[in-house]
Each structure stands twice: as C-alpha cells, then as structure tokens.
Design a protein around this ligand. Structure first.
Ligand code: AMP
Length: 121
C-alpha cells in the first residue's frame, strides 16, 4: 500500500494538525489518543513515512527501529504505568482494524485492561 501523505498522523507530523505531545526525539513522536480507551492511551509513531509494521521492518533503518522500540518503553515509564502493567498494540491492515495508515503503537494502561481480545461470537 502506498503511503498516504495526507493521513492524520502525517498531518500531525507536519504540524498541520495539533496533538498533545507526550514524547519526541529524532525518530519518534508520541501523543495522547484523541479518544482514549484507558486513563493512559498514548500513540507512539515513527517520524518516517511507514504505513504499517511490515513496511517499517522492510524499509526503516536499524536506528529508526531501535528508537521506536525504546520510545515505547520510555513512554510507558513516563506515563507511570510501567510498574502496574500496560498493553502495547499495533493494529495492522484490514483484519487488524488499522484505521490510520501510518504505523502507530497504542500504549494503554492506568486500569486493568481485561483479556487481550474478545472471543468470536
Ligand atoms: P487504529 O485503529 O489502530 O488505526 O487507531 C487509530 C487511533 O488514532 C484511534 O485510537 C483514534 O482515536 C486515534 N486518532 C485519530 N485521530 C487522532 C488525532 N487527531 N489525534 C490523536 N489521536 C487520533
């Protein structure tokens, strides 16, 4: 899938749309989800134009990949959920119900999150 330069997170990265920033470095931006599903719900994204985890693994440099992984841990610690526990989710593609086509990790915590996913009916 070609990268859509006008997806919401690309616009946030360009500064065209505001975000509530939680963390930033050379390779990564993290900001609070606009519709939080838990007391802590932060999205961690690479600054590079990658649609999904597959795309990222294929094209991103080792430095970008390491920075993203490290940032997830830093965000969790900074948000105060590292000790109590949290969940990291990367919805990917159609079956994964990915809505925004720019790779992002959800960091969720601050309450018991229950089972990972519901069982099919
Ligand atoms: P996903 O279904 O994994 O693609 O999740 C996309 C997430 O982006 C959802 O949790 C949305 O609430 C969130 N979202 C959409 N627009 C914004 C925005 N402008 N700022 C912050 N989060 C957003």
């Amino acid at each position: 899938m070609a990268y859509d330069q006008n997806n919401i997170f690309a616009r946030i990265l360009r500064g065209d749309l505001p975000c509530k920033k939680a963390f930033e470095n050379e390779h990564v931006l993290a900001f609070h989800d606009i519709r939080p599903l838990a007391p802590v719900h932060v999205l961690v994204i690479p600054k590079g134009a990658y649609t999904s985890l597959d795309d990222f693994h294929e094209k991103a440099s080792e430095a970008e990949q390491a920075a993203l992984m490290k940032a997830i841990g830093q965000v969790a610690r900074q948000a105060g959920v590292a000790a109590g526990g949290y969940r990291v989710i990367a919805n990917t593609g159609g079956d994964g119900h990915q809505e925004v086509p720019h790779l992002h990790f959800h960091v969720l915590g601050g309450r018991p999150l229950g089972r990972m996913i519901g069982r099919p009916e």
